[in-house]
Design a protein around this ligand. Structure first.
Ligand SMILES: [Zn+2]
Length: 148
């Protein structure tokens, strides 16, 4: 797409490590790491559109053994986050399509639908990692404590 510059990967990596330092919630959210120790992976797989892989989550943190399912049905609450993301997405796409690109109502709604479908897996993952980060904070002593 024109106007969108691709940052070299190295530059991007430096940007990421500076902006989202380990210990911040952003680090856990954008690197899909355990909210407790920021070391272990949260999801079993990298981002994909495979329906069985997209939100497959480890039961416990592979590094610090923190139980991700804090209480039964914990991740149902992620639906609230997902809803908020969806509404924000709808508004953003609508403004881009209708106001900036001058599409008519029907075309704008088609664009919203398309964006929602394409970004659904991302939304599902983001809402889960955001949800757990609301309740769980980084513990720098976590990995020192778990000796068993
Ligand atoms: Zn962990």
């Amino acid at each position: 797409m024109k106007g969108v510059k691709n940052l070299p990967l190295q530059k991007y990596t430096i940007f990421k490590t500076n902006m989202f330092k380990k210990g911040t919630k952003a680090y856990s959210i954008f690197n899909n790491k355990c909210p407790k120790c920021h070391e272990g992976d949260f999801f079993k797989h990298r981002f994909s559109y495979h329906p069985n892989k997209v939100i497959a989550t480890h039961d416990n943190c592979p590094t610090c053994n923190f139980k991700y399912m804090i209480e039964p049905s914990f991740f149902y609450g992620a639906m609230y986050v997902s809803y908020a993301i969806t509404v924000a997405l709808f508004v953003a796409v609508f403004i881009i399509a209708k106001v900036l690109m001058g599409l008519d109502i029907l075309e704008s709604f088609a664009a919203i639908l398309l964006a929602a479908v394409i970004l659904m897996p991302l939304n599902m993952r983001l809402s889960r990692i955001l949800w757990i980060n609301i309740f769980v904070s980084f513990d720098k002593n976590r990995l020192k404590d778990t000796t068993n």
